[in-house]
Design a protein around this ligand. Structure first.
Ligand code: 1HE
Length: 268
């Protein structure tokens, strides 16, 4: 189904995904509450299409879920028919979709509530900033379902909480609540129930106000530098830094500060 033109997106999305525009911000909603936003193939391919075909004027995205839960993860009803080769292809399709988020064109803020489990946590982990409502809880129940993560969790989740915490979640079925998730690094923000979307949009607007080249560097250079050997990392940082400061937008912003037109840095 094509998203209605009134939304400003000419991207084919299934009925289980809903896109909206708020100025320079795009909102993508998991809209399958009857199945607790379980992620089926149509949603995964829709997510990939959405993030690869975002209009040029969109500068940040907010990803959120409809109903009581962010996402119950993989649609388990699709699992039983797959053989090994199809299983590999399926996992790779999730990798492509979530790469389109993590290494896409603009930063993504995920707003989490209720169950953020299995593939739902893998999806959230591909975003750049996570806001959790108090109802959010995190789990990797793949162990108890007799399967293994396939949407990038082995790579992304240890970067947030470490290998040992992820092992514990998968081996023992341990869950974490929203406050624990904040302390561990699963989310960067914790807000009251019902306040997540407004906070997500507020953060996305701040992100959209950055120079695009800075956002590019944070999304694409920072994670690679952090994984590079230090010598290559320092060199890459120096190059990225020089490229960013050479941009006319950086020069204009620095002049604004020197002419006392720009806000000071304050801690509220
Ligand atoms: C589903 C799914 C699903 C719900 N696939 N249909 N994920 C899990 O192991 C989590 C499984 N889900 C749950 O534990 C619970 O559904 C929730 C805690 C998320 C929500 O509970 P609740 O009481 O609000 O809902 P419900 O009654 O359990 O579910 C409502 C409907 O959604 C029901 O269908 P219905 O036709 O009987 O109404 C459920 O069957 C359906 N539903 N979750 C399919 N996941 C790339 S690899 C990633 C690997 C994984 O993600 S493994 C983790 C899978």
């Amino acid at each position: 189904m094509k998203a209605p033109a009134a939304n400003g997106f000419a991207i084919d999305l299934p009925g289980s995904l809903a896109a909206e525009r708020s100025g320079e911000i795009a909102l993508l909603r998991l809209a399958r509450p009857g199945k607790r936003n379980a992620l089926d193939d149509a949603m995964i391919f829709g997510i990939e299409r959405f993030f690869t075909a975002l209009p040029e004027d969109i500068r940040a995205v907010v990803l959120h879920g409809e109903g009581e839960h962010f996402s119950a993860g993989l649609d388990l009803s699709e699992l039983s028919e797959r053989d090994v080769a199809a299983g590999i292809a399926h996992s790779r399709s999730w990798h492509r979709a979530f790469e389109a988020i993590e290494f896409g064109r603009v930063p993504v803020v995920a707003v989490l509530h209720g169950a953020v489990v299995g593939g739902g946590l893998e999806l959230a982990a591909a975003a750049h900033v996570r806001v959790a409502e108090r109802s959010a809880y995190y789990a990797l129940p793949e162990g108890s379902r007799g399967i293994y993560v396939g949407g990038g969790a082995s790579v992304r989740v240890p970067k947030l909480i470490g290998v040992s915490c992820m092992m514990d979640m998968m081996l023992t079925g341990r869950t974490y609540g929203a406050e624990e998730g904040l302390a561990l690094g699963l989310s960067q923000y914790l807000v009251d129930d019902g306040a997540g979307l407004a906070k997500g949009v507020e953060l996305a607007k701040r992100i959209a106000a950055n120079a695009p080249l800075t956002n590019f560097a944070v999304m694409h250079a920072l994670p690679r530098i952090a994984e590079a050997d230090p010598a290559a990392g320092y060199l890459m940082e120096a190059l990225m830094s020089a490229i960013a400061q050479g941009d006319t937008e950086a020069k204009a912003r620095l002049q604004d500060f020197l002419q006392k037109r720009a806000p000071k840095v304050a801690h509220k």
